[in-house]
Design a protein. Structure first.
Length: 561
């Protein structure tokens, strides 16, 4: 139980007017309905900064407060308290000096625990208040500090594995360590890539690939064989591509590992996609969608039929957006069916079908079968060909709500793309309700964020790309401040941690329908949609940059690809 009640936190925030009353009321009801810690909920929803609420609660309790993000916590200090104890008791040792041992605690009035620590450490304990949210971040330092041990273990196991049999325990540990290390570093993909002389291990983190380590080339066959055994693939097949799946558990979290093995010039390359069960609980708000676009989407999914499309390149979060929509739509009195390749997350109450070309279960064939399953809502993982597009459009016309994705650069380009798939313009105009264009951008690390002032030249350069006066009145504002991350241990010195979406939502209004029927190009469609009030991805990115969520450099990197 929290040391300060939700009602008390509510009163503290209300007193200082830090959050609008109606927003605060909704947040309290939502947190209590979902049985969530109210303070952590406010911080996670970015309604208040951890530093602000932590200091206010500490002041109310008349105790010291510590901002753990600003503390340089040394390993030898941290590990004086075992991780299992630190997590169970929600406390963390962050400093020792002449005054005593300084401890961050969720409950700084837990005197029995303080006395127990004093006896164990032989030192005076100085308690500080810290929010659950900050303590959870701080406790990750235990994992950060053992990451170097993981790398060391991987290298040691690689050395042991040389010359060993394929079933050697060293190879088993080696592959396990690579997967565990990838999960701990929030990697979405692990690449085991053979070159002429060695094996390169690379992780994709926040959308970018990083070289992690190099291993001896002569253990490649053993590593690939071990992965094949785990994924239930043929170990004697080395000249054809194979796809499989590993189900495992890491740190109490179920982990689905999608395995792809492909023969390249220097041997078989392995790519493993890590799909944690934690990833399926995103909402559209958490993905970064603004209120105006949320309103348009809620209106579109409220219709009983029609089509909703999510567009963007590979890795732009399209499927995650569709899952977020299904989460909203998923009710016991509605039959939702999906056809996917692959099924990324298991959704309770949803009938999910995996594409399997070996049994002729393609998107088109699977979609035909789903239509005989009395569905209300259908999700098609991707529209890849004319046949699938035609069936999906016809399904949307005949009383079904259809959700799907298209590989196009922006929302407007999706409409001519459907026409290229031999769909009649009047069918597209009458069935498509809304199109979501999106990209994923890296978020600034909140532990090392800093602000800076734009120079006159930088402002002029930005004006060449976008009308900056839509966000800031440059005639009245003396200086414009933006944000970056310095780089720290928490973000592996990149200045970024985690990702968020930038979106453009194109509503199919009457003037857009007329343009579709007239076979207008994507430029005309885009200009009309903007005049109708559509916020472009670039504009949405700038809003997020000005609010401190990302950097201008990241926006240009993603939107100019």
């Amino acid at each position: 139980m929290a040391i300060v009640s939700d009602e008390k936190v509510y009163q503290i925030i209300s007193k200082y007017g830090l959050i609008k009353p109606d927003v605060l009321d909704t947040a309290l009801k939502t947190a209590q309905a979902q049985n969530l810690d109210f303070v952590s909920f406010l911080i996670n929803q970015e309604l208040i900064k951890s530093l602000e609420i932590g200091q206010l609660i500490a002041n109310n309790l008349h105790v010291k407060y510590v901002n753990l993000a600003k503390e340089n916590i040394k390993t030898e200090i941290l590990t004086q308290l075992p991780e299992i104890v630190a997590r169970k008791q929600k406390m963390l040792i962050f400093k020792r000096d002449a005054e005593g041992t300084h401890v961050a605690m969720a409950d700084p009035f837990d005197y029995p625990m303080i006395k127990s620590l004093e006896k164990k450490l032989g030192d005076k304990i100085i308690p500080y208040y810290s929010t659950d949210h900050e303590l959870e971040d701080g406790l990750r330092l235990y994992k950060k500090n053992i990451q170097t041990e993981y790398v060391s273990n991987i290298q040691k196991n690689a050395i042991k594995a040389q010359g060993a049999s394929k079933e050697d325990i060293s190879v088993i540990r080696l592959v396990d360590d690579i997967i565990n290390y990838g999960f701990m570093n929030h990697a979405s993909d692990i690449h085991i890539e053979p070159t002429e002389k060695e094996i390169v291990i690379r992780f994709r983190i926040d959308g970018l690939l990083y070289d992690i380590m190099n291993l001896p080339k002569n253990i490649l066959e053993m590593i690939v064989t071990r992965v094949k055994i785990l994924a239930k693939l043929r170990t004697d097949e080395t000249r054809a591509s194979q796809d499989g799946k590993i189900i495992t558990e890491v740190e109490g979290s179920k982990l689905d590992v999608r395995v792809s093995i492909l023969p390249i010039v220097h041997g078989e390359k392995v790519v493993m996609r890590l799909l944690s069960s934690k990833g399926k609980y995103f909402t559209l708000e958490e993905l970064g969608m603004n209120e105006k676009d949320l309103g348009a989407i809620n209106e579109a999914i409220g219709r009983p039929y029609g089509m909703i499309l999510s567009t963007g390149p590979t890795g732009s979060g399209k499927t995650t957006t569709l899952y977020a929509l299904i989460k909203i739509l998923n009710k016991r009195d509605i039959n939702i069916c999906t056809i996917e390749d692959p099924v990324e997350y298991s959704l309770d109450g949803v009938n999910q079908v995996q594409v399997n070309p070996a049994t002729n279960l393609t998107f088109a064939a699977g979609l035909r079968s789903l239509l005989r399953q009395d569905p209300d809502i259908i999700m098609v993982g991707e529209i890849r060909d004319n046949e699938t597009a035609g069936i999906a459009i016809n399904s949307a016309m005949t009383g079904h709500l259809v959700l799907s994705t298209l590989h196009t650069n922006d929302a407007a380009t999706a409409l001519p793309r459907l026409l290229d798939m031999q769909i009649e313009p009047f069918l597209v105009a009458s069935t498509v309700n809304i199109i979501i264009g999106q990209r994923l951008i890296r978020k600034i690390c909140m532990k090392c964020i800093y602000s800076y002032t734009l120079s006159t030249q930088e402002i002029e350069d930005i004006k060449k790309e976008i009308n900056i006066d839509k966000f800031v009145n440059t005639a009245q504002v003396k200086e414009i401040r933006l944000y970056r991350g310095k780089g720290c241990d928490a973000c592996n010195h990149t200045g970024y941690t985690g990702r968020i979406g930038i979106f453009e939502v194109l509503k199919i209004e009457e003037n857009i329908r007329e343009l579709i029927v007239a076979r207008a190009d994507s430029d005309q469609l885009s200009k009309t949609a903007i005049s109708n009030g559509m916020t472009t991805m670039l504009e949405d990115g700038f809003v997020k940059a000005f609010s401190g969520k990302t950097t201008i450099e990241e926006i240009f990197r993603v939107t100019k690809q």
